[in-house]
Unconditional design. Structure first.
Length: 123
């Protein structure tokens, strides 16, 4: 949902690989990587976003992510903006608050429990 720059991916790549190895058994990971249904960029993005969301669940996750990014050479202001967007996305998912544009862009099925807005967007 939020664009992840290649620079962020490079900085977090080793931690992400470790996360995948811990969370998914080797044989399951091999199956996922060779499954034709899981070969696209979207699948990798899904797992990377899952890694970021779980990192933010940690008690000191925001500080940890910020430190990893800035110590890896990523700009401090850009790090703040990136983390803010992640936290906003997390809030929107938890409280089911989406703009009509987001519903269409991200193919979110509408139901009566979703609060729609025209002003509170991720970007």
């Amino acid at each position: 949902m939020t664009d992840i720059s290649p620079e962020i991916i490079n900085i977090l790549e080793n931690d992400f690989k470790t996360f995948m190895m811990v969370c998914i058994k080797k044989e399951d990971l091999d199956q996922i990587l060779t499954d034709p249904a899981c070969s696209g960029v979207d699948d990798v993005c899904f797992f990377f976003n899952l890694y970021l969301q779980l990192l933010l669940e940690h008690k000191k996750g925001v500080r940890l992510l910020y430190n990893k990014l800035t110590k890896g050479g990523y700009d401090k202001k850009k790090s703040n903006v990136f983390i803010y967007k992640l936290l906003k996305l997390k809030h929107k998912q938890k409280h089911r608050i989406w703009s009509w544009e987001e519903l269409m862009t991200y193919n979110i099925d509408y139901d009566e429990n979703i609060t729609t807005t025209t002003k509170y967007t991720i970007e």
